[in-house]
Design a binder for this molecule. Structure first.
Ligand code: AMP
Ligand code: MG
Length: 416
């Protein structure tokens, strides 16, 4: 089976989750589930962009430092106040940044361009102000609706909400934000050889690695992870974990190991007793065996046990499913290209190879991190990219342009 066939078959089992409403202060990082339109204009009223004096611009034609115009102050308008009185010819209102423009005034003169630059402890109503410059109608005024007009679409569903979006939603009065529910992914590792990280290695044992990689990947991509620990190679132990996932209302069960053709591969047998499990030989490297099925109606993905295969299997098969559940495009990993730094042999399978992507003198370059054994997690840690060799390709010369995936999207090289 090709990688893309396997991806499509898996994706067809998943649908976007229902929306839930969450407080706006918790929405960053969640996926917007409904279109948001502006319910109001923003700014909601014409207001001053400076501390100064609201004036009628016609009063100030010809005003300058040498020939100031004298205006009588008739009102004091702090931010948050509603103006009580209009400004008539020959008058001005003291106004603060963000305060509403009074009727009659059409511009603001910054306080720096007047003789009342110093703070005035006493009331300045009925005092006079000298204005040292002319202004045009609209100067230093932020008109109603300049930023957003009522009814305008501001955010579309499917958007990964950012901190600035939270601010915009709050600004528009959207206190409760419709987002998709987070996918709940149940996870367990399986194998009699596995012990916990804090445990000593007794003969024949290795430490469980995949639980940590896979739960972190899922959490990093917005899923809620239900960690069901390590199942022993016994049908009852495996079955019990599937049951826990079902009763916890998981959207997906992810397992690693125990799905190959080894004699102790119980995961497959347990799922088949309560549903069905397809066992695919996907034409990819690393990680040929992939299990996919349903346990009591709950989708199950079984990744290979080798730590690098499990990691790459997650990116290729699990992440698109989580994305679809979460309301994101299934395939949204940014693909790039780079120039292969050395010749490369492949075996004709679609390959995801650990690689280092760099930019030297404006030229992108990619080279392998070394031994590509599917158990060698260290070479994945050394990598910052996966180099993708398409199926059917057996060798690539140095200088060829190849496809890559960046492993950590925050590690984008600066230039390109
Ligand atoms: P299996 O798919 O059960 O045949 O396992 C393939 C290889 O992956 C074996 O060498 C296992 O010991 C190893 N393996 C399986 N599960 C894990 C895990 N959770 N962490 C680290 N290695 C694992
Ligand atoms: Mg095993």
């Amino acid at each position: 089976m090709t990688v893309s066939d396997a991806q499509q078959r898996i994706l067809s089992f998943f649908n976007v989750l229902d929306p839930v409403f969450i407080p706006v202060d918790q929405c960053t990082g969640r996926i917007l589930a409904q279109e948001i339109t502006a319910r109001e204009n923003h700014p909601p009223f014409d207001n001053s962009s400076m501390d100064g004096f609201a004036v009628r611009s016609a009063d100030l034609s010809g005003a300058s430092a040498d020939h100031p115009v004298l205006l009588r102050i008739v009102a004091d308008i702090p931010a948050g106040a509603a103006p009580q009185r209009a400004v008539a010819p020959g008058e001005a209102a003291r106004i603060m940044t963000g305060a509403p423009m009074p009727a009659g005034a059409d511009a603001v003169v910054p306080v720096e361009d007047t003789d009342l630059y110093r703070s005035q402890p006493q009331s300045i109503i009925d005092a006079e102000v000298q204005i040292y410059r002319a202004v045009a109608a609209g100067d230093y005024v932020r008109p109603r609706g300049q930023d957003l007009t009522e009814g305008q679409v501001v955010l579309k569903p499917g958007r990964l909400l950012q901190p600035q979006d939270a601010g915009l939603l709050a600004m528009l009065g959207v206190a409760s934000v419709p987002v998709y529910r987070k996918p709940k992914m149940a996870l367990f590792s399986s194998g009699d050889e596995l012990v916990l990280p804090a445990d000593p290695l007794t003969p024949g044992k290795i430490r469980d690695t995949n639980t940590y990689t896979l739960s972190a990947l899922a959490a990093q991509h917005g899923a809620e992870v239900l960690n069901l620990g390590i199942a022993r190679d016994q049908p009852d132990d495996v079955r019990q974990r599937f049951e826990q996932a079902v009763s916890a209302g998981a959207d997906l069960i992810l397992t690693s190991a125990g799905v190959s053709v080894g004699a102790f591969d119980f995961v497959r047998a347990v799922v088949e007793a309560q549903g069905k499990l397809n066992f695919w030989r996907v034409n990819m490297r690393p990680g040929k065996p992939l299990a996919f099925g349903e346990y009591k109606g709950l989708p199950v993905i079984g990744l290979p046990g080798n730590p690098v295969s499990a990691y790459i299997g997650f990116l290729v098969f699990v992440l698109p499913a989580l994305n679809k559940l979460a309301g994101l495009p299934a395939q949204q990993r940014a693909q790039r290209t780079a120039i292969l730094a050395h010749p490369l042999e492949s075996d004709g399978r679609e390959s995801y190879l650990r690689a280092i992507y760099s930019i030297e003198n404006g030229q992108s370059s990619v080279s392998l991190t070394g031994h590509q054994g599917s158990g060698n997690l260290h070479s994945l840690v050394l990598a910052n990219a996966l180099l993708i060799v398409p199926s059917g390709v057996k060798s690539l010369p140095a200088g060829e342009r190849v496809k890559i995936w960046l492993l950590n999207p925050d590690d984008l090289p600066r230039q390109e």
